[in-house]
Design a protein around this ligand. Structure first.
Ligand code: AHN
Ligand code: ZN
Length: 326
């Protein structure tokens, strides 16, 4: 349901309730408060503190760089969290070759809610960290791994909180949450060196290759301070209707400042691999026209100090309303 309709129903319910109240004071039985449509359940509250805890937990493992213990242990934890929230979890394990020849032991982790529902929405984020802070202003830090508090952990954290809400709400929607690996071991000027996990996923789709969600929504860098989520070029070409609906939902929920309804830029990211394989997909990413990504992008400052829970809330509540208002 769109937010306008949702709002209209809320207004209808409120006036029905106040009429019932007047009737009651007038000595009549409070007419049919039971006639309130069952379709008026407000969307669940997306808890920013809970999302922040999911984010911090990932950062506390250390940089989730492929082939490290922090990465391996985080992958196990992510699968167990999805399971705990009621998803049917599958893992794709693959050894992927990076542009520099490194063999990456990668795992894509998917949790499926209501797996027998035909219509499916795919929510995704990458969970790996970049091994190099090569955008850091201090060139001595370029070989340090990033904490990936924003670039990696934020999207995963929002989706784990949504997983919790799917379970809590008892939603019957077909929703899949996918944590992609090996997004961030890429190099400039080689688009295919990024999103290796997404490329593997598209070459090995679930359901024997027949998996076709009706919409896919990628979250990337959704926890920064002063974040700006403009409309993204490839998303706009692939799925303008989905983008319209998500941006309208954000506006209706009061998050229009985070989601200005104008074009940002063209971003090479996991969603492009989905689009190339025929899945309509959009990217919600902090990309500021003229300035580029969040200033902590691929720097050692991509840490907990530069996370704003209010940004997690804006994105998470928008997505929650889009998916779970009914
Ligand atoms: C490029 O820099 C070509 N793509 C960036 C996609 C990305 C990296 N998202 C997060 N980290
Ligand atoms: Zn990155």
């Amino acid at each position: 349901m769109n937010m306008k309709l949702y709002r209209r129903i809320v207004v209808a319910v409120l006036s029905a309730l106040s009429l019932a109240g007047c009737a009651a004071t007038g000595g009549k039985a409070a007419a049919d408060s039971t006639a309130v449509e069952p379709e008026t359940v407000p969307p669940p509250v997306f808890e920013a503190d809970s999302a922040y805890a999911y984010l911090k937990r990932q950062v506390d493992f250390g940089p989730r760089v492929p082939n490290t213990d922090a990465h391996r242990l985080t992958g196990q934890w992510l699968a167990s969290e999805l399971t705990r929230h009621g998803a049917v979890v599958t893992e794709q394990k693959a050894t992927l070759t990076a542009f520099d020849g490194t063999q990456l032991m990668a795992t894509n982790i998917m949790g499926r809610f209501n797996p027998s529902a035909d219509d499916r929405v795919l929510l995704l984020a990458h969970w790996d960290c970049r091994p190099w802070a090569d955008e850091d202003p201090d060139s001595k830090r370029h070989n340090d791994a990033v904490d990936g508090a924003n670039d990696g952990a934020s999207g995963v954290a929002v989706l784990l909180e949504i997983a919790r809400l799917i379970k809590e709400s008892g939603s019957s929607r077909g929703i899949d949450i996918l944590f992609l690996d090996a997004e961030d071991w890429g190099t400039t000027n080689d688009d295919d060196s990024w999103a290796l996990g997404a490329q593997y996923f598209m070459a090995h789709l679930p359901d024997g290759g027949n998996y076709r969600p009706s919409a896919a929504i990628l979250l990337d860098m959704v926890g920064g301070k002063n974040a700006t989520f403009c409309r993204e070029y490839f998303s706009q070409k692939s799925a303008p209707g989905i983008a319209d609906a998500v941006w309208a939902t954000a506006r209706a929920a009061g998050y229009g400042d985070y989601f200005p309804n104008r074009m940002g830029g063209a971003v090479t990211d996991d969603h492009v691999k989905l689009i190339e394989g025929g899945i309509p997909a959009i990217d919600i990413i902090d990309y500021r026209p003229g300035d580029g990504f969040n200033p902590t992008w691929h720097t050692v400052s991509d840490n907990l100090d530069n996370i704003d829970p209010a940004t997690l809330k804006a994105v998470g509540q928008t997505l929650t309303n889009y998916l779970l208002a009914h």
